[in-house]
Design a protein around this ligand. Structure first.
Ligand SMILES: NCc1[nH]cc(CCC(=O)O)c1CC(=O)O
Length: 311
């Protein structure tokens, strides 16, 4: 048994630091149980996405904005492990890197934080709702065309502040982030998956490492939750087939029906919510299932919708 300090890289938002702390606690536990002789240290990394929080992400070429510097630090051996929110992880990882673990996924739903504790359907006519994703605005507009969806950016803590200071009636956030922060008391309503299909990978984390780092790979294999990994794999295959990112109105959600069978629902819509396509299928191979649901949507014009949004 050797001894080695594993450097764990993370963004420096409150949420990133909190979830990385939780990951380190879990890894420390695994290390103790299996007597791996490892210790852990956290390293904060500022990404481009953190530096330009005032610009619409789609305008600055959204994909991977929160990840590039972190992947470089892995390749440069400044860090050994990177903790990502799965939904911020790009489809293609850099050569030499891999996703070593998907830990048990938490609540994938979006939720509403409102000023007076109202639920989604209790919001007054024309209420001003803040969101930072086309996926959310599309689906919420589809369900409630009267709502006035407005752009809100920033980390979750600053978005919650803006609810007060910028006159929003409500903001929409991932329940997972609030849960990890211990802020579930702020949630006034959970938006059902049928109403708003979550972002690909929402509620899951991805733990990236170097392919050649056997000790870290072994550690992470003990942390991986195979069922969570399968649902995420199906959703990411769907997203990859549509060549999406979180900057286009795409959502997908997979659940395990039993140990083997995955059920996947995917959606593509227009930002104004007037068109909202949904398709679902089941299968045992996550990659094939993701491709299949994407193809079903393409038969109904998903590619044309996405081309318009991107253009
Ligand atoms: N795009 C930002 C982001 N990336 C991950 C989360 C937290 C939820 C998660 O881990 O899926 C959030 C905040 C949000 O969407 O409210």
């Amino acid at each position: 048994m050797g001894s080695r300090t594993i450097i764990v890289g993370t963004r420096q938002s409150a949420l990133a630091l909190t979830q990385t702390g939780q990951v380190i606690d879990a890894l420390q536990n695994i290390n103790d149980r299996h007597q791996l002789g490892l210790s852990f240290e956290i390293r904060k990394i500022v990404t481009k996405g953190d530096r330009i929080l005032d610009v619409t992400l789609s305008k600055v070429g959204g994909k991977g904005l929160f990840v590039k510097e972190i992947e470089q630090a892995l390749l440069d051996r400044e860090i050994d492990i990177a903790v990502h929110s799965m939904k911020d992880m790009p489809h293609e990882l850099q050569d030499g890197l891999m996703n070593g673990a998907v830990p048990v996924r938490v609540d994938p739903r979006d939720c509403l934080v409102t000023r007076n504790g109202l639920g989604f359907y209790d919001l007054p006519h024309g209420a001003k709702v803040g969101t930072s994703s086309l996926r959310r605005s599309c689906q919420l507009k589809h369900a409630r065309p009267d709502l006035q969806l407005e752009w809100i950016r920033g980390n979750i803590d600053s978005r919650i502040r803006k609810l007060e200071t910028e006159g929003f009636d409500a903001i929409v956030l991932a329940a997972a982030g609030l849960t990890r922060m211990g802020w579930t008391d702020k949630i006034s309503d959970y938006i059902p998956v049928e109403l708003c299909i979550p972002a690909v990978g929402q509620g899951a984390l991805g733990i990236e490492c170097r392919e050649e780092d056997d000790a870290v790979r072994h550690l992470l294999s003990l942390y991986n939750d195979p069922l969570s990994a399968r649902t995420v794999a199906a959703e990411r295959s769907f997203l990859g087939t549509l060549n999406g990112g979180c900057q286009v109105p795409i959502g997908a959600y997979a659940v395990m029906k039993d140990e083997h069978m995955i059920e996947l629902i995917g959606t593509v819509g227009t930002p104004d919510g007037k068109v909202l396509l949904k398709e679902a299928a089941s299968g045992t191979d996550p990659v094939a299932l993701g491709v299949k649901v994407a193809e079903l949507l393409c038969e109904r014009g998903a590619e044309e919708i996405l081309a318009q949004v991107r253009g």
